[in-house]
Design a protein around this ligand. Structure first.
Ligand SMILES: [Zn+2]
Length: 82
């Protein structure tokens, strides 16, 4: 049992041990980490974790919370400055 937890920082999401192990093992399924892009500006505005499994293997499900430590891992996309 590890006690590391996921944490959202300004630049990225730090993952706990369970999550980082899952990400490493994710080939053709499982949980992957993907950058979220703004459609107008080609820069990443956030980072999301997607679970691909079973009937959701094609489109995937965005994880709001880490299945290992229960911490919030979904970053709300930042609003564009006016
Ligand atoms: Zn976690």
């Amino acid at each position: 049992m590890n006690n590391s937890m996921c944490k959202i920082t300004k630049a990225a999401v730090t993952t706990c041990e369970g999550m980082s192990r899952t990400l490493q093992a994710g080939h053709g399924g499982g949980v992957t980490e993907e950058l979220l892009f703004n459609a107008r500006f080609t820069k990443a505005i956030g980072r999301i974790f997607i679970l691909r499994s079973g009937e959701f293997k094609k489109n995937g499900i965005v994880l709001n919370f880490c299945p290992f430590c229960g911490q919030r891992i979904y970053q709300k996309p930042k609003k564009e400055g006016k």
